[in-house]
Write a protein that binds this ligand. Structure first.
Ligand code: DX5
Ligand code: ZN
Length: 232
């Protein structure tokens, strides 16, 4: 028996504003705020992914209206150029993609800037690409769709990778946050919790609902139910 059990990471939903009404972002954030302490901000550059979204000015505007932790997902090919502007705009954590390379330097830069450090992997990027950095980051983001657009279908093939990341974190006694992003709702969340994820990005499942707060609570309840029922 292990001397001590690994820390249990907290379950949370990080609503993705990508699916919110961009003409009324302040209201969208206010609607979800009672249900979470994180907000997921999707940044796309038209290079790393075939879509363009928001930059530091929007983060700065949101910061003036929200005390939530801004979980900033950088789907961009040159994160080194933009980490400081996002930090200055009010990002609390930034997540860079391992596929862009230069990961060790990016992690060092994020630490230097005082950002919480996240590392993301696309669905077809293997566990081995993340492995060298697991002891250096606060969060690993396993994409459960190919990034670029909200409203895509969950890719279950990613589940074994999530399980490997959690097993490695447990073996190291670390309370690493494992985040999933793409196609998460009250059904798919059960599968990712079983695999070891604890932070659930949800865009369309939250903001396409008449009651976004109820959607968050349903996802969280499904996750907590699965964890409570799991054999120890
Ligand atoms: C996908 C983004 C996601 C997206 C999730 O490229 O990184 O955060 O908004 O949207 P849903 O929950 O609709 O799959
Ligand atoms: Zn995202």
């Amino acid at each position: 028996m292990a001397a001590s059990a690994p820390p249990t990471s907290e379950l949370r939903v990080a609503p993705s504003i990508l699916s919110a009404d961009f003409t009324n972002l302040g209201e969208a954030v206010a609607q979800v705020t009672p249900g979470t302490d994180w907000l997921h901000v999707d940044v796309m550059d038209g290079h790393f992914v075939p879509n363009l979204t928001i930059g530091p000015p929007v983060v700065s505007s949101l910061r003036a209206h929200s005390a939530l932790f801004f979980d900033t997902h950088l789907m961009i090919t040159e994160p080194a150029r933009y980490l400081e502007p996002f930090r200055d705009a009010g990002a609390n954590g930034c997540t860079v993609h391992v596929e862009v390379g230069g990961t060790a330097a990016l992690i060092a830069q994020m630490r230097e800037l005082g950002l919480r450090v996240g590392l993301a992997a696309n669905p077809d990027t293997p566990f081995e690409a993340l492995e060298p950095f697991l002891d250096q980051v606060d969060l690993v983001l396993c994409m459960t769709v190919f990034p670029g657009f909200g409203g895509q279908s969950f890719i279950a093939d990613v589940l074994p990778k999530i399980a490997r990341v959690r097993a490695a974190a447990d073996a190291a006694g670390s309370g690493l946050d494992i985040e999933v992003d793409g196609g998460i709702d009250e059904r798919t969340v059960v599968e990712v919790v079983r695999a070891g994820a604890n932070v659930f990005v949800a865009g369309s499942a939250v903001f396409n609902r008449d009651d976004p707060l109820a959607a968050i609570q349903e996802i969280l309840a499904a996750a907590a139910g699965e964890r409570a029922g799991a054999p120890s």
